[in-house]
Write a new protein. Structure first.
Length: 276
């Protein structure tokens, strides 16, 4: 996810427009959907078998393909398909080995299969707009589908409890990755500067760290105590908690893009463009 966040942010920095902004949000949602799908699976089923790690390796290959592709297209879609195939295999393994989890695994299998089918269709249809729509629709439907399953009485009686401590830790890690990406990228890019770094650049970096530090403090300080966690209170608040983190990822990365634009302008003694 570190590489994914860096790649998405750099792509948005190079293409500052309404179209670039929409593409940036959709790609962020796509990565978030993959991240949350595995996070929630792991929060319900503590798999440590070698077979599970084989499936996880396939998921990582898919994620790596998406990062290397960097923008919507055939390679990016293939990576998304590999992720969903890996999740299909994980849920199939749970279905066959854990009778208590078969209802939940079956519903996830159905959703992952539908997403895989739509992704294959997007791969075969040579349309950038259709591909973007598929990415966005499947990402948003992931939250809506989980909410529907949890609210529907027949499914709810057979749902597997989720380890919300694990989910909270993973969400916190995602926030820190998104926050730290801008400073790390700015420092790496500064290595290419042939002359001595100006004092203004150091000052800009210190202010950037201050902004990130303040946002991190605000995020972790405003989280309620464990007994009042959103996923413990109700299905609706749990879904809202997940949805807010979907929105939080592009928001924090956009802040990071702004930080990088300012640091580059300071480094090269340039003025910021109007679009920035």
């Amino acid at each position: 996810m570190v590489a994914a966040c860096s790649n998405v942010a750099n792509g948005f920095k190079e293409y500052l427009s309404l179209h670039g902004w929409l593409q940036f949000i959709v790609i962020c949602f796509t990565y978030s959907a993959a991240w949350h799908a595995y996070t929630h699976f792991n929060a319900r089923f503590s798999e440590t078998s070698l077979l599970h790690y084989v499936f996880l390796y396939i998921l990582l290959i898919g994620l790596g393909s998406m990062v290397l592709a960097s923008e919507p297209g055939p390679t990016f879609t293939i990576g998304l398909i590999l992720i969903r195939v890996a999740l299909l295999c994980m849920n199939a393994s749970v279905y066959m080995s854990l009778p208590q989890g078969r209802v939940k695994a079956r519903t996830d299998l159905v959703f992952d299969f539908i997403v895989t089918v739509f992704s294959v269709v997007a791969l075969s249809v040579d349309s950038f707009t259709f591909t973007i729509v598929v990415y966005a629709a499947t990402s948003v439907c992931q939250i809506l589908f989980a909410l529907f399953v949890a609210k529907f009485s027949w499914f709810a009686s057979s749902c597997i409890p989720i380890n919300f401590d694990h989910v909270a830790d993973r969400e916190g890690s995602l926030v820190m990755v998104a926050l730290g990406e801008s400073v790390v990228s700015a420092v790496i890019n500064s290595r290419q500067h042939e002359h001595e770094l100006p004092t203004k650049f150091y000052a800009a970096m210190q202010l950037s760290v201050l902004i990130i530090f303040a946002l991190a403090i605000f995020y972790f300080a405003t989280r309620p105590p464990r007994d009042m966690h959103a996923m413990r209170r109700s299905v609706n608040t749990g879904a809202a908690f997940t949805a807010l983190h979907f929105i939080l990822l592009p928001t924090l990365l956009a802040v990071g893009v702004g930080i990088k634009l300012v640091s580059e302008a300071v480094l090269h003694h340039e003025s910021l463009s109007k679009t920035a």
